[in-house]
Ligand binder design. Sequence first.
Ligand code: 8NA
Ligand code: MG
Ligand code: MG
Ligand code: MG
Length: 306
Amino acid sequence: MTRSPDHFSGCLLGLASGDALGAPYEGGFMERALWRAIGRTRDGEARWTDDTRMSLDLAESLLARGELDQADLARRFADGYAWSRGYGQGTARILKRIQRGQDWQSASTSVFSQGSYGNGAAMRAPVVALFYVHDLAAMLRATVDSARVTHSHPLGIGGAVLIAVATYALLHQRTTADTLALLSDHCSDPRLVSKLAFFECFSDSGTLAHAPRSIAVRLGNGMTAETSCFTAIYLALRFRHAPFDDMMAFAIACGGDVDTIAAMAGAMWGAANGASKLPVFLLEQRAYIQQIAQLLCEAGKAAQRG
Ligand code: 8NA
Ligand code: MG
Ligand code: MG
Ligand code: MG
């Protein structure tokens, strides 16, 4: 059962790497043209998007408060919002309302009826798995609470739980079969259960060699939780013993919401393999991301001692 500092860094750097490497391929012609113009920092580093920004906001909140504090998290999400990071439209509207002083509870349910079912809560859920790595029940509660701040729809929350659980299992070096069993234990919405059934023929010897197009059609490549979380889980499980770059190439070939699917898959892949196996490239705030991952690792050790 490996939970070394390298696996914490791997998870957070894997998330940011998938996000930054996937961002140039997300969306249509206009979005891609925009990202060609603003996708690098002045120092030539690959910029990441809302996925990593919100993950860092969540990590900083957990580290500062020592627990999941929804009001603190809402304030940090609102402060961290920047148009140029490519936030989902619903999330952007919610965060602007919080910036103007609206309470997060009413803001999060005011844009969509029943709240958002986008993948925006799932893409940051690996951070909750890192912080609560020693306490599955606490992790599940915190994942739901963290999702509700912006994604109160049952599918938005359900997707976040799936990604947190899969990250938790891979951090604990669970086999693919055990990871899928744990996912099944924590997947109750019938719309999600039916997609999890796709994995029934998946084994550790890896028999699920589908083409990217088939995965995009069957599991999805959209920006809703329902149409992206299973694709990310598929990528992480299929490529867990293969190079990160192979997984990234497959994610790009799947198309659609590439940055977010690759961010989630990257976090899970990094949790399983560690930062030492990730590709090294110029990544925005790499050292800071690594530092935050180490603080999450130490917070987990302290919680276990206490
Ligand atoms: P979100 O909460 O705005 O949800 C994403 C989208 O899903 C919404 O804009 C709606 O179209 C739809 N949606 C969600 N909930 C409902 C509902 N209850 N009823 C009807 N429609 C709904 O955004 P998010 O925070 O979940 O993020 C999702 C994606 O947006 C991520 O991929 C993120 O990277 C970003 N994104 C950015 C770009 C870009 O321009 N760079 C492109 C696509 C997505
Ligand atoms: Mg994004
Ligand atoms: Mg978003
Ligand atoms: Mg995206």
